[in-house]
Design a protein around this ligand. Structure first.
Ligand SMILES: CCCCCCC[C@H](O)CC(=O)SCCNC(=O)CCNC(=O)[C@H](O)C(C)(C)COP(=O)([O-])OP(=O)([O-])OC[C@H]1O[C@@H](n2cnc3c(N)ncnc32)[C@H](O)[C@@H]1OP(=O)([O-])[O-]
Length: 712
């Protein structure tokens, strides 16, 4: 809807009303066009102000309509409305509070003047929905800002703060006061003045030298960063149109590009990610607790125990969320170093105090233990925390795979124990797995989810099992990658296939970055390698299934990855980031295959993708079947925000649906037949049942999962 009223005798104020973000739904578009026409035809109206009702200006087109062509096509089209705004013979001022994003900013660009509140932000984030600004934004913004600044905003989709927008010339004025009042006063002062020059559609794009070379380079740059996404490239093409074509021709190009993107699988996947990210806040747990029936006690003080890389990042994340944090590290030299590192990251003290004594955690509302992955050490700490901490304090562990329930058993308050699985670097990565055990109370989960939101994280509530959701699914993925090396692939081939798929780095580069020794330690704990394994055991079999000792052998050689300057790749020095192929590894793999009588065969990228991704997806179905994740959407949020799964592919479960469940099943059957000693390739029963029920769409999977809920 749009509200229409006349103020100060001559100013029509049109207010977009569609909470919570004033999206441009069909009803809003209808209301907006009627209001603009009313303002045009009313002789008493001499100027117009367009604002958002109750705060935000406008969050853009209504994304919910995008999946449904009939919704999209009902009501007037945005391009038509914005043309009539721009063509109005009376000055139109956009009064921007909160945000003007996507179609919201495109509306503001069609206005003749833009007034912003000093705390507002503006942007064209369509690219992150797999789209481009499709209502004139790709054509008007370059005409206003010049090609360079406009291209940057459109290709990155970044939100620009009001101060920067003013400097760029995107906003004409800022106010700290009431934006609508200020805009009304300004509109009156502009009444009767010429408007031709204010219509961006009339203006040429500011000239740019070497235009062809500029766009060639922009395209190469965008392609390098897009990881296979089509939208950034289409954005470059559209802005090139703005720089080289008359306005109406540019608008035609924008329309053509938008139509192609809008119906693409990539846009569908990106849109799905948008809703998946937000849907995670509506959590449920395997024990039946829910977001809408639990009240969370607010957390204002926290203690972090253990100040290694993870502990430092967690301290920074908590402090940035406004908590007062005590950071505890019992090793004095580590404490000093951590204090300096945290202060650097926080650019000052930032509400953090330090201590070498666990007793300092006594007054905290929440304690996050982040010592290294050793069950015995963690158990000891939880025992102590249970007696040191005040009643009601939540005790969380940052373990990435150990049993939460076992830790809860060491305390006298198992209902207040949970996992907070941050991802490195903890102050940067968006994902937080909130892990509850069978005894964790709903209030504890609610408090953790609320805290996650305060930290700006995508928090996903998951159940307790080895590796939780993310690392549990990663295990078969890694395993298949190792097997592929045994069978003849190289790390370069595997990584290239995964990077082409869209991961920021392949599995072997990722393993070098995070350190091969981490998995080695876990495998030792699990008794898969190390002193517990007797010499008479076959090297490539454990517990009756295929096992690859390649990772263990690498660690025995001291090849831990980037930190030692050698891993699956070679680095110039320890800590260096640029991976180079290592001839040593080639001969190492050749000798290994020879020793074990393995014949190297030709492996193509298709097999790499299917083996690694289908094994991961198959485990995702098992996770659903076990009730460890509440929905496929939650699994996808975990993979997109924690494991670099490309957004334009929606997440592993969405990808499986897009590929076709029957095809995934067929692929798994084929590979399991070829590798019967690899149980991760054996299709799980939920996948079979879904295919048998006709492969329903992803939002209906839960109906098939029903009845097979939590084993926990
Ligand atoms: C060929 C066809 C041509 C078509 C032309 C298209 C033209 C145009 O270029 C395309 C666009 O504008 S594309 C659009 C470009 N715009 C964007 O990409 C902006 C996307 N939005 C955002 O970035 C953030 O939501 C804000 C920063 C706006 C608010 O952040 P915050 O305060 O943390 O709030 P929050 O928690 O994030 O959201 C609250 C609720 O609002 C919901 N919702 C939000 N936006 C929506 C929308 N546009 N729509 C519908 N719903 C939208 C959201 O789902 C959630 O619902 P829930 O049921 O409660 O879960």
């Amino acid at each position: 809807m749009a509200q229409y009223r006349i103020v100060s005798g001559s100013v029509a104020v049109i207010s977009i009303q569609n909470p919570p973000v004033n999206a441009l739904s069909a009803a809003v578009r209808e209301g907006l066009l009627l209001s603009v026409r009313a303002a045009a035809s009313d002789p008493l109206v001499r100027s117009v102000v367009i604002s958002g009702h109750n705060g935000p200006f406008c969050g853009g087109a209504d994304i919910k309509e995008f999946g449904n062509v009939s919704h999209l096509e009902s009501g007037p089209h945005l391009v038509e409305i914005f043309e009539s705004v721009e063509a109005l013979a009376k000055p139109v001022v956009a009064a921007i509070e909160g945000f003007a994003l996507g179609g919201g900013l495109e509306l503001a660009l069609a206005c003749h003047y833009r007034f912003g509140h000093s705390e507002a932000r503006v942007g064209l984030p369509e690219v992150s929905l797999g789209l481009l600004p499709g209502a004139g934004g790709s054509q008007r913004l370059p005409r206003l800002l010049g090609v360079r600044a406009a291209l940057d905003m459109i290709v990155t989709g970044r939100h620009v703060a009001a101060g920067e927008a003013l400097k760029l010339g995107l906003l004409d004025r800022l106010t700290d006061g009431n934006t609508v009042d200020a805009a009304v006063r300004f509109a009156q002062s502009a009444e009767g003045k010429p408007l031709d020059d204010r219509r961006l559609g009339n203006r040429p794009c500011p000239p740019l030298e070497n235009i062809d070379a500029f766009f060639e380079e922009a395209l190469i740059h965008a392609r390098g960063r897009a990881r296979g996404a089509a939208a950034p490239l289409a954005c470059v093409q559209a802005v090139r149109g703005a720089a080289t074509l008359p306005f109406l021709k540019g608008m035609e190009l924008e329309k053509r590009l938008m139509e192609t993107l809008m119906t693409s699988g990539q846009a569908q996947a990106s849109r799905y990610c948008f809703f998946t990210e937000r849907g995670a806040a509506r959590w449920t747990t395997p024990t039946g607790a829910r977001w809408d029936t639990c009240r969370a006690r607010p957390i204002s003080t926290a203690a972090v125990i253990g100040l290694g890389t993870m502990g430092r990042g967690i301290t920074v994340a908590l402090a940035r969320a406004g908590l007062s944090v005590v950071a505890v590290e019992t090793q004095e030299h580590q404490l000093d170093e951590a204090q300096r590192a945290v202060s650097r990251m926080l650019k000052g003290g930032g509400g953090v105090s330090y201590s070498a004594d666990l007793q300092a955690a006594a007054g905290a509302d929440l304690v996050v233990e982040a010592v290294f992955e050793d069950m015995a050490v963690k158990e000891e700490i939880f025992k102590q925390l249970s007696s040191v901490c005040k009643p009601g304090a939540l005790l969380a562990t940052n373990t990435s795979s150990l049993d939460i329930d076992r830790l809860a058993s060491c305390t006298l308050r198992p209902e207040q124990v949970l996992g907070l699985h941050f991802f490195a670097p903890a102050h940067v990565m968006r994902l937080l797995e909130v892990v509850s055990g069978p005894r964790t109370s709903p209030q504890t989960v609610a408090a953790a989810m609320q805290l996650g939101r305060r930290m700006g994280k995508v928090s996903v509530a998951v159940g307790n099992c080895p590796g939780f959701v993310g690392n549990r699914m990663l295990k078969p993925y890694l395993e298949q990658a190792y097997f592929l090396l045994e069978e003849g692939a190289s790390p370069e081939l595997v990584d290239a296939a995964l990077e082409e798929f869209g991961f920021p780095m392949g599995v072997f580069k990722m393993s070098d970055l995070s350190g091969l020794d981490i998995g080695w330690r876990v495998r030792k704990e699990e008794g898969l390698t190390g002193p517990g394994v007797t010499a008479d055991q076959p090297m490539r079999t454990r517990r009756g299934r295929r096992y690859s000792p390649l990772g263990d052998l690498m660690c025995e050689e001291g090849r831990y990855g980037q930190k030692t300057g050698r891993g699956w790749y070679l680095y110039d020095r320890p800590g260096a980031r640029v991976a180079r192929s290592d001839p040593w590894l080639r001969s190492f793999l050749e000798e290994y295959r020879e020793r074990h009588g393995l014949l190297a065969r030709r492996i193509d990228q298709q097999e790499v993708l299917e083996r690694c991704l289908y094994a991961l997806i198959n485990e995702g179905f098992r996770v659903l079947e076990d009730g460890v994740a509440a929905s496929p959407q939650n699994i996808d949020a975990i993979y997109v925000f924690g494991y670099g799964w490309p957004k334009h592919r929606g997440g592993p479960m969405f990808y499986a649906a897009q590929v076709g469940l029957a095809r995934v099943l067929e692929g798994l059957e084929k590979y399991h037949k070829a590798h019967p000693d690899s149980p991760h390739l054996q299709p799980c029963s939920l996948l079979r049942r879904l295919v048998a029920s006709g492969s329903p769409p992803i939002h209906k999977w839960s109906e098939v999962v029903k009845g097979h809920r939590s084993q926990l």
